[in-house]
Design a protein around this ligand. Sequence first.
Ligand code: PMP
Length: 461
Amino acid sequence: MNAPAGTVSQTIDKLIDAEQARFAETHPRSARAWAQGRRHFLYGGPSHWMRRWAGGFPVYVEEARGCHVRDIDGNDYVDFCLGDTGGMCGHASEAVTRAAIRQLERGTTHMMPTEDGLWVGEELTRRFGLPYWTLTTSATDANRGAIRIARMITGRDKVLVFSGCYHGGVEEAHVELRDGRMQMRNMIHPNGVDHARVSKVVEFNDAAALEAALAPRDVACVLMEPLMTNFGMIPAADGFHEAVREAARRTGTVLIIDETHTLSCGPGGYTRLHGLEPDVFVAGKAIAGGIPAGIFGVSEEIATRLWDKIPHLNPRRRQSAHFGIGGTLAGNALTVATMRAVLADVLTPANYEKMIGRADRLLAGARDIIASRGLPWHVTQIGARVEIMFSPTPPRNGADVIATRRGDLETLLRTFYMNEGILVTPFHTMLLMCPATEDADVDKHGAVFERFTDMVLKSGV
Ligand code: PMP
């Protein structure tokens, strides 16, 4: 591991080339499908996210069940990507499938509520603690709704986020700190948004910087994950959440906790596990078992302030009640039916226990392999989610990730994984368990990861 940096990166590039060539050889139908897809899709697939797979192109899926995926070339994978969390309930989960079919036969969307929603509303409050909920079609949309409400009730424009965050297509959050200055994340075009006016960004775990940023009382809301998951996993330092809660309360800033990924912590998310007190709670992705959905819940105080601005309405005269929140299909009968199935039968305490047990096993195995070879890497876990990072200790903030991240090794690992029948999220090395993940699936990961470390050590990088 002491070779000069240039030689190391050349060696890794060669290894990536070899793995990508191996991938192309075993995925001819997917390769052809990808070439064909580029004729009519802007970035090859129906969603641009699908283009990022480390093999050079994505596999086309024939069928997915539990934590297994079979592609159109007949390759089988253990899926730890699980649709970057959207599939955390397991593919083709029986409870979700049954609920979806039942509702498909009864009509999916009609701008009227169904009784399933009554159960869902009660359960969301029981699980996550907040009294009032709204459904949206995605986590992005839930964040947008939460921000809009925060602006309406505070009369302020700015949204404060932490460097390295991702909260979906929320433009205010597309910023990061580089050289101490707010910059666009990943060179995303500002899209006409004046970020100096609507965004503030500070480092995670930096309570003093947060205090200073909130002091002018021009921030409508802090939008945060309880621990960061989109820039590698960045745990919250002791006392950080208490400091955020206190500073937000003191400065009249709304605190939005986005649990879209950290729902993997347990039935009530990180919020319930650690007794956080968000003003607004957001989630999405897995919450309706893969049917597009987001949720946000607000505290009694936020609801009361909102009702002051936009009262409940008993229609009598022409009166605009346009909110600009959520979409036409939000909270439709199909979404509500599948969300009910998820909350009642899939993301249950018993299933979380199983998922977290598998994650413990994966973590222990990966740590043993790393330790036995003396590699300067580490593994983190939150609930059912595990992440392998190529630095000796967990980062404290986005700056640490920028300084230590080994993008080339990550790409090599992800390509190697795919060739060996393992899927992980293409943007980071996160491994997620679903209720159908078994010990054998976890042990397959261990064997593959062991071979990966052997390859890396043998190549001298
Ligand atoms: N919040 C977090 C924390 C996320 O990681 C993501 C997506 N990765 C989103 C929100 C947005 O989710 P969606 O793309 O489903 O709207």
